[in-house]
Write a protein that binds this ligand. Structure first.
Ligand code: HPA
Ligand code: ZN
Length: 326
């Protein structure tokens, strides 16, 4: 038990965290009250987020974002989420930021949101010792048309702080190659790439992410385990998986942690990392993820340090920043 507590206290690097999905329910409720936004249906009686399944989760998520209306709201959210990261021993994290929620794809508005978020992040770095970088995401179920202005916002703000481009949303909608234009635009702007794949759809989706979108990392990607030739390909090419075990168990991708493929993927040579996805929605945090993994797979501190190292190596930041977190 003492060992598990020590493992949970290790410094951590988190690569897969949705900015709005990190909002504590009390934070969203507070903003709703301030702004007189009716959020009926978003919360259970006990105050937690209410959803039945993944698709419903996405719609509750989008309902909650209705209270995030200004750059100042995002600055406050950024402070709240980085406080939570720091409390969990996270020293570096990347969050997914969507122009669709921050100005609706308008570049001028997007710049204002980013400016506010970055100011809050700089203050948190100073005060809490946690470093934030942004990965711009388009949203799959919003469709390929919307992915283009999102990619343009990403390309125009690419640099030392906006370091990547990716895609979230409902994996069961559309096909990855419909988003080629957006991913190519982002790549040409120098951004590193990641996409959600292989959480709800099977191995062929993961293969398409690697071969068509040419991403360096994959959000989840765990269902690659159903095709061992693909697992070998991931191992050989060094494509990194942003694994979110607690999210997968809460959403029912796997019935429990013991049945989760993260250990087998690692044993087969895949570079795996650990993240929370949307921590308050999935009743998790980074300390809990480390604790539960150590417990379920008898992983010692060295294994967890390896996963942290994988995440630092796969972070999209520049090498000066990376050196500080290694
Ligand atoms: N998965 C996919 N899309 C999302 C998520 C998620 O966990 N959170 C917000 N958008
Ligand atoms: Zn996600």
């Amino acid at each position: 038990e003492e060992d598990l507590a020590q493992i949970a206290d290790l410094p951590k690097v988190e690569l897969h965290l949705h900015h709005e999905g990190a909002a504590p329910p009390a934070f969203i409720r507070g903003l709703a009250k301030e702004k007189s936004v009716n959020l009926s249906g978003v919360f259970r009686e006990d105050g937690s987020y209410a959803y039945r399944d993944f698709v419903h989760f996405l719609s509750v998520y989008e309902a909650a974002t209705q209270v995030l209306q200004t750059p100042r709201d995002y600055a406050r959210l950024t402070t709240a989420l980085l406080e939570e990261c720091a409390a969990n021993g996270v020293i570096y994290c990347e969050t997914f930021l969507s122009p669709d929620f921050c100005g609706g794809g308008d570049l001028g508005a997007w710049r204002e949101y980013l400016h506010a978020i970055r100011e809050a992040a700089d203050a948190a770095e100073r005060d809490l010792g946690v470093t934030l970088r942004g990965v711009v995401t388009c949203i799959r179920h919003f469709g390929p048309e919307k992915s283009r202005p999102a990619a343009r916002c990403a390309a125009e703000t690419a640099g030392d702080w906006i370091v990547g481009f990716g895609m979230g949303g409902d994996e069961n909608r559309g096909e990855l190659n419909q988003f080629l234009y957006a991913f190519d635009m982002a790549r040409e702007a120098g951004l590193k790439l990641t996409t959600h794949a292989g959480e709800w759809r099977g191995p062929s989706e993961v293969r398409s992410a690697v071969e068509d979108l040419r991403v360096a990392r994959i959000g989840h990607g765990v269902r690659a385990i159903e095709d061992l030739a693909l697992v070998d390909l991931l191992a050989e090419t060094g494509v990194v998986l942003e694994v979110c075990p607690g999210s997968n168990v809460t959403l029912g991708v796997y019935p429990n942690l013991a049945k989760h493929p993260i250990a087998e993927l690692r044993d087969r040579g895949v570079k795996v990392t650990v993240s929370t996805d949307d921590p308050p929605f999935f009743h998790t945090n980074m300390r809990r993820e480390y604790f539960n993994l150590a417990n379920a797979f008898q992983w010692d501190a060295d294994v967890l340090r390896e996963l942290t190292r994988n995440a630092a190596d796969a972070a999209f930041c520049d090498d000066d920043t990376r050196e500080k977190i290694l």
